[in-house]
Design a protein around this ligand. Structure first.
Ligand code: KIV
Length: 257
């Protein structure tokens, strides 16, 4: 693993890991300066394409967006989600992960699941493909979007899954909507960093969908905080443009040939 990975691993118990999503070059360019990890998440299915779930996202869609994101990244580690039905067995996963890496030049891929994808993750890592894990709510297979880790059996299984992924050699694990005390316990009990989304302050890092935090997406869920209202700013700019065009204030001579 290269320097980018060791930098992230060293942050465990020291300083928070910052991870955000990007689906295009322009956003990637802005967030790259501030992030440790830029994730091309398959959340783009619902955020950009209005799909009912991430299950409709294809390999081609992920690859095209990732190629755009790659152009905007200089320093962050770039992770690409392997979409649903692209890692049903080890050979399919290996073939598709290789395609993702060669076409997008990303640093790692992210897969959802623990024990169930043991052989798949093992194969990727054996073939030197860095993997980020994802536990808790697994949008690619979820029947509901309830927080995980309230029942004892669920807690035990999640902790086991995290330990399995740690031992397999994934370099970090996203914990999505995992109950706070369990997120704390998992974080304490594994060597690699946990990156939370709706999983409390006890994780080693935090990820959000960028469109959510800047207020470009109108999602209302507990784990999102809107740090800006970019929709309002875009709207104001468009109104000013429209008014200037109507009142013949734009384009001026300086804007014309
Ligand atoms: O698809 C995605 O954007 C994700 C993050 C929310 C972790 O998996």
């Amino acid at each position: 693993m290269n320097n980018k990975f060791s930098k992230i691993l060293k942050k465990k118990n020291r300083s928070k890991i910052i991870c955000l999503t990007a689906y295009s070059k322009n956003i990637a360019q802005i967030i790259d300066r501030h992030c440790d990890i830029v994730l091309v998440g398959d959340s783009l299915g619902s955020v950009l394409y209005n799909y009912k779930s991430t299950r409709s996202v294809t390999l081609d869609i992920m690859i095209e967006h990732s190629k755009s994101v790659r152009m905007g990244i200089k320093k962050s580690l770039m992770v690409v989600d392997m979409p649903h039905n692209t890692y049903r067995n080890s050979s399919e996963a290996l073939r598709n992960a290789k395609v993702i890496i060669s076409k997008t030049k990303c640093d790692a891929v992210k897969l959802e699941g623990g024990k169930k994808i043991y052989n798949i993750v093992k194969t990727l890592i054996k073939n030197k493909i860095p993997v980020m894990g994802h536990l808790g709510i697994l949008p690619q297979s979820a029947k509901n979007f309830k927080a995980k880790g309230k029942k004892t059996i669920e807690r035990n299984n999640l902790l086991k899954d995290a330990k399995i992924l740690d031992e397999l050699g994934v370099f970090s694990i996203v914990l999505e909507c995992v109950e706070s005390s369990l997120a704390k316990e998992i974080t304490k009990n594994i060597k690699i960093p946990t990156i939370g989304i709706g999983a409390s302050v006890y994780c080693d890092g935090q990820v959000l969908v960028t469109d959510d935090l800047i207020g470009l997406n109108f999602i209302k869920v507990r784990f999102v905080k809107k740090f800006a209202n970019i929709t309002k700013q875009i709207n104001n700019a468009i109104i000013r443009f429209k008014n200037e065009v109507k009142n013949k204030k734009f384009p001026k001579k300086i804007n014309s040939y």
